[in-house]
Design a protein around this ligand. Sequence first.
Ligand SMILES: [Zn+2]
Length: 658
Amino acid sequence: MSKWYQEPLRVLDLALEDPRGQALDQWTAEDVLEICREINANVLNVAIVNSWGQAYFKTPQLPANPQMTGFNRLAEIIDEAHKVGIRATGRWGPSQNTGICEKHPDWTKCTADNASDGGNACHNSPYGDIVIDTLKHLCDNYAIDGFVFDNFVPHLCYCRFCRDKIAEECNIDVGTPAKLVEAELATLTFWAHADAENFLQRAGKVCNKHDRVFFGAPAFSSRAFDVIFAESDTRDGITVRDSGFEIRKVTARARVDKCPTVVSSPYGQLRYVGLPKPPAHIRQEFREIVISDASPSAVARDWELLHDRRGLAALGTVFEEIKAQEEYLTDRSSLKHVALLLSARATAILGDEACRHVDAAKGWYDVLSHAHVPVDVILDEELTAECLAQYQVLVLGNSPFLDDDQVEAIRTYVNSGGGLIAGHRTSQYDGSGLSRHSFALRDVFGCEFQDVMDEAWTYIGFSSDHPLGDGLDIDTLVMHGEIEDGVTPGVREQMKVRPLGGKVVATIYDSIAPVDNGLPQDRTPATPGLDTGYPAAVVNDFGAGKSVYFAGQIDRLFYRIGHPVYKQLLLNCIALAAGPPIIRINAPTTVEATFYEQAETNRTVIHLLNHSYDQTFPAGVFRPVGDVIPIHDIRVSLHLPDGIRTKKVYSLVAKETH
Ligand SMILES: [Zn+2]
């Protein structure tokens, strides 16, 4: 039987970030629970200690918020919540505690040059025990259902407590100011994360011993949490659909750690201003969280809700949908078709040039999402033969850094019938970033690395008799180059490769620089020249599987400029390597589809979310969704393998059997 936190959650996250508690006596626990019932929330997550280290309950370990006189807000909230069957959890960012840092300056986290690291207190100072004792106190005295840890800072600290611990555990004298050689710094960075993990494990043990649930942010990559609790990416200008890609990174982590995910997003449109997002934006944003395999949490400050409740009805609509369709959201796993690698290792090694990998992955994600192809974003640790065997095709985009075990897993996967799509420098380096001077996957690709072609502009020409050119005007060469000077480092490069048994289905053409056009060559596409004979794409049969390798970066080009010619090419790669999909959705590209399987009921669940918005983006400005443009006549067709029949096809929103 599943536990309560493994069911779909509908969370209202009440923030109380105010050192003077100005709003605290203007509302009661009953008021907040009334809102929870109005919006169909089943969990109320409430701040238990604020950034100033003030508690919203009475405890010997921490001072209470000064406005909390004659009442105990947390106790009231837990009581009222449980009366109406709502779970009550407490949110705490334990690192930030300006009160403790002012009282005990030596407990503050320190930088290498001995400067105080803001208002963050170190868990290796006596403050660590205060945090643990506070959790114990809460477990012993309150019927609180769980804790949400956010803002826990796991970075290397140079306070005197950490220095002593480092000397003892790592035998390294940090020095004042810190003088460390590179190898020592690497050791200590690793140590700091392990040390932070130990602290989180201590906190987790307190929770689990008392049968309370421990929620935490994925940034810590901790194994201590029962549930991943992530804040949604609310960068300026990110669209609702793009926020889904960001959520996929979190749910990939959750899939590996085998724990559920809650994704939180603000109720307000602007941070620190009590103006709710428009209702259509709230509905679409929280639906996006649900179809991306997470439970939604809306975070609002108490004074925001006192001031403006116009967003609550929209939130209530989505929470009601979740409640009504709960059985279709429980115990689900994604339908396995395409696995798309988003490598944290590549991102870390490439640093400022992470776009060489990340833009390629995002280009693929966008193409697959627009074409309604089921895709899972997968992590480095999922490149195992066992995990890959679930998928029809693995897309590596440009994944230069693969260790020997990963290479072997990919080889086994393709040999056993899997499809592989890889490009550019994939497998050219080992897991630590050292060049192999060749592709480790050359036998699978059917081609071998020779050199880099670093020309501002090249072109790709396709064989007329190969399906990789389907839907393209074969007589018109495909442009390849650095469209935005300086914005896309390295996008001009193609690999010079030599066939090793693979079939060359496209070749690279050079270009002729236009004369006297008044613009620098690198910023103006040059006209096509002659066929260099170097392969641009190589298709190879390897064992029972198939590989498509492309020498250039058409995935990054699609991400940067979105031209349909690149999209067609990428989709042709998928068709070649993956074969026909079981489910086809005939809908505009603005409709997003996600796909799940429920093993227990043998059900496949498809979510369709219409992202056709009135939203427009003048340069540098973010506009929320104001309206959703209706779409009709979407067709879903099933192409089932022999021996599999459908029992029932049912649309949950229209409540119709087909
Ligand atoms: Zn410290």
